[in-house]
Design a protein around this ligand. Sequence first.
Ligand SMILES: Nc1ncnc2c1ncn2[C@@H]1O[C@H](COP(=O)(O)OP(=O)(O)OP(=O)(O)O)[C@@H](O)[C@H]1O
Length: 322
Amino acid sequence: MPDEILVTRGLTKVFHLGLRRRRVVAVQGLDLSVERGEIYGFLGPNGAGKSTTIKMLMGLITPTSGEASIFGQPIGATRARAHLGFLPENPYFHDFLTPEQLLAFAGRLGGLSSSTLAERIPRLLDLVGLGKARKMPLRRFSKGMVQRAGIAQALVGDPALVVLDEPMSGLDPIGRKDVREVIFRLKEEGKTVFFSSHILPDVEAICDRVGLMLHGRLREQGRLDELLTARARAVDVIAEAIPASLAASFRERAMRSLPKGNGWALTFSEEAEADEAVRALVLGGARIVSVARHRETLEDLFMRKADEAGAAHARGEESASA
Ligand SMILES: Nc1ncnc2c1ncn2[C@@H]1O[C@H](COP(=O)(O)OP(=O)(O)OP(=O)(O)O)[C@@H](O)[C@H]1O
């Protein structure tokens, strides 16, 4: 099988709304690539075009233009779907079913034999942490447990690629952590996971690579460690016993200065400035309590790209609805 297992080229979806058939460009010229064995986070705010993209990949809606392939097969082809597991956004399951019954139902629809299901269902329910709840009806489940049952159901056909649309949305912190752990376990099992989310810390915690969608376009795609600049965006120096002769000058040179304990917390925007300050403070007889370098987070990157995209949007260089 190829190493890029999901590829799109110029994928575009235009909707026409109302009697006047107003054009809404939900996804424009999308070039994605998802590599074998990675966890890929498909990021973007509400309305960015994530669900529309996923629906096209699943063959649920037809692209207006462009192309996409999964395992080298055009999307929608039976051979592409054979290795694909999918959990839609806000899935609905009959709440009288137990997770065991839910998986058995999905497996039989997929043509799996009773012996395969008898071996696979307990293993999958253990994988998502629902082994002990396997005979409990879904109506007694928390939202996080239902979501994990949904992931198990997406895995019943033993897919190589698992696509999850907003799997952490609406979950409390514990539910989100459980889903993150399940996604990690899927990677350990050798699966490739493509999931959409607008919850940046979740994506930052588990993804190998991310794609950032804004206004229907992919603004950024790459490895997280490459996208987030290694340079510190601010450095906090906390120092005590600063001689009076130095205190005033440092409080002026720092981007921000706040009294802290018996000393000051000084924030510098440049690492070199902070290093220089630490040297001078030590030579001047001050005591350095701590130096903290703040690296760029995914949230910083997201806000930076959103500002750039918002500015381009406002200048009319592009439009999501035209
Ligand atoms: N069936 C449709 N008809 C018309 N417009 C649509 C349709 N589906 C989506 N859109 C529009 O396309 C754009 C992208 O929507 P999409 O649901 O793909 O975004 P999203 O990133 O998944 O956001 P969310 O997280 O809110 O689901 C939005 O402007 C939306 O209103």
